[in-house]
Design a protein around this ligand. Structure first.
Ligand code: CLF
Ligand code: SF4
Length: 522
């Protein structure tokens, strides 16, 4: 029989009657401390690190956080609750009608929630998706411009779902005044969107901020924002809170400058740097969208990420999620959890069941890593200058398990004699529409993965196969349902053998398009 400790059926009324924060703080005190900051303020690892190359306390924090660990994102899910509608600044890539572009795609959130509704939604999702390990508050405005709603939500969730990690994303303006509270509430993961460290650059991104009951404009606004972001970052890392910095890459405005941003945040102890492409289209109604400001191409983005990659690793698996996203990164299950549907759901928060499920996930995850390492052992070091990209259709769990026609995104891996490395993803329109292949969609898919040598799929039809081959992309279905990285290394070994035998000549591929409109589609 289910007992009181492991199973909780929770209503909004019950959530409202939850005890004070003192009880929660008591429980939380023992979990404090992480030591993110080391000499030079750097974390000892990055998004692709594993338990063998990082401090155990940090590994505990990142191992099942899908944004802070690239490897975890194949296995664990996050959810956002849209409890923070207001914002205290204006970014030129944001339209107030849309989600925060810092952490979401530009589409309106379906519904804004009260903290009580949000807490119930978290329990409903956690009961349905046992691998959901992180609750993030990321808008649709700025969480710290709505502090009471944000902290109340965290308070309620910490009490009823103690195994869920709490995460927040902010523009940083109000950060210094809230650092203590973030620390007290055991919010161990904080993202700050930092697009500049020079107000001269910042004035072209932020037309105004609202601070101390006054609207500030131009360079003064950018200077205040910059000072608060830096101070906030330093205060967080001093307290051992894991910080990720998001930056929006805006060609011609801050693209080259982001190298300076990277240095500045690295020296202040940021754990990860996530450089995201500007999403900008006239229909978004943003300043950048309306004035024709373009986003970067896939190769421009990758070149900048490569340039910044050093001791502080780069996050390359961000999906620029909605402020009400639910599920694995890259999938959106938010429509299953509307307030109306949740009211009708029986919510059983089975903590023991969640732990058991996650233990099974860990086993699969370890098998994935072991398989890749075994394959790597025989990888020849000849041709160390050869690098290729492959695109992979996957539904998650680190396997090649999606049909070409059903893929809404492809994961991109770079292969070299050093092995395989996740370097990004490409959103695409579905090729298969109502049982038929859509020729226009196929062309957009080809443009999105044009820099790839091969595409790995679980299955593919004759027509798309032939068009991909004509475009110089090798459609590969022989690794269906196998581990992605192990298969990738196998493929690369064959590729090198073919070069060696003269069967093929290695040629650099062209650039690819980041699909702007793909983020709009539901
Ligand atoms: Fe959400 Fe952000 Fe926390 Fe992740 S998202 S608040 S850190 S739980 Fe993740 Fe989404 Fe990218 Fe954000 S993929 S937009 S980085
Ligand atoms: Fe929009 Fe987010 Fe910028 Fe505020 S911080 S203006 S919500 S993108």
């Amino acid at each position: 029989m289910e007992n009181q400790e492991s199973v909780a059926s929770v209503s909004i009324d019950q959530i409202k009657s939850i005890k004070s924060m003192d009880d929660i703080m008591q429980e939380m005190a023992e979990h404090k401390g992480c030591g993110t900051s080391s000499e030079g303020g750097k974390a000892s690892c990055g998004s692709s690190g594993g338990p063998e190359d990082m401090d155990p306390a940090i590994w505990e924090k990142v191992k099942n956080h899908p944004c802070y660990s690239e490897e975890a994102h194949h296995h664990y899910a996050r959810m956002h609750v849209a409890v923070a509608p207001a914002c205290n600044i204006q970014c030129n890539y944001c339209n107030r009608k849309y989600d925060c572009a810092n952490e979401s795609r530009p589409g309106v959130v379906s519904e804004k929630l009260t903290p009580e509704q949000a807490a119930k939604k978290v329990l409903a999702v956690a009961s349905t998706i046992p691998q959901m390990t992180v609750l993030g508050i990321a808008g649709p405005g700025d969480p710290l411009a709505n502090p009471e709603k944000t902290f109340k939500t965290f308070e309620l969730v910490a009490k009823t779902a103690p195994d869920i990690k709490l995460c927040v994303s902010t523009n940083g303006l109000a950060l210094p005044e809230h650092v203590e509270r973030l620390s007290q509430y055991n919010i161990d993961h904080v993202t700050i969107t930092i697009n500049m460290v020079d107000p001269e650059v910042g004035q072209h991104i932020y037309p105004w901020i609202f601070y101390k009951n006054k609207r500030w404009k131009g360079i003064d606004a950018a200077r205040i924002l910059h000072e608060h972001q830096m101070r906030g970052l330093e205060m967080l890392t001093e307290r051992g809170i894991l910080c990720k910095v998001n930056s929006v890459m805006i060609p011609g405005i801050n693209d080259e400058h982001l190298v300076e941003v990277n240095k500045a945040v690295k020296s202040r102890g940021a754990f990860l740097h996530n450089i995201m492409p500007l999403i900008s289209a006239p229909e978004h109604g943003t300043v950048f969208g309306l004035n024709g400001q373009r986003g970067p191409t896939a190769q421009e983005l990758k070149a900048l990420q490569d340039k910044c990659e050093g001791e502080m690793n780069m996050m390359r698996h961000c999906r620029q999620c909605r402020a009400d996203a639910v599920g694995l990164l890259g999938e959106d299950r938010s429509a299953e959890f509307t307030t109306e549907k949740i009211e009708e759901m029986e919510v059983n928060y089975d903590l023991e069941g969640r732990k058991a499920y996650q233990e099974a996930v860990e086993k699969e995850r370890q098998a994935t890593v072991a398989a890749k390492q075994a394959e790597m052992a025989e990888l020849e070091q000849e041709y160390s200058d050869v690098k290729i990209l492959i695109a992979v259709a996957t539904k998650g769990h680190g396997r090649v398990n999606e049909h070409f026609g059903h893929a809404q995104e492809f994961q991109i891996y770079e292969l070299s004699t050093e092995g395989s490395k996740f370097v990004g993803h490409r959103r695409v329109d579905l090729y298969c529409q109502g049982g038929y292949g859509e020729e226009d969609s196929l062309q957009t898919v080809i443009r999105a993965i044009n820099d790839c040598t091969a595409v790995f799929v679980a299955k593919i039809g004759g027509c798309p196969k032939s068009d991909l081959q004509k475009a110089g992309i090798d459609p590969v279905d022989k690794y269906a349902h196998e581990f992605i990285e192990q298969s990738a290394v196998k493929y690369f070994k064959d590729y090198l053998l073919k070069i060696k035998s003269g069967e093929i000549e290695h040629v650099a591929r062209g650039d690819a398009t980041i699909r702007q409109g793909a983020f709009i589609a539901a």
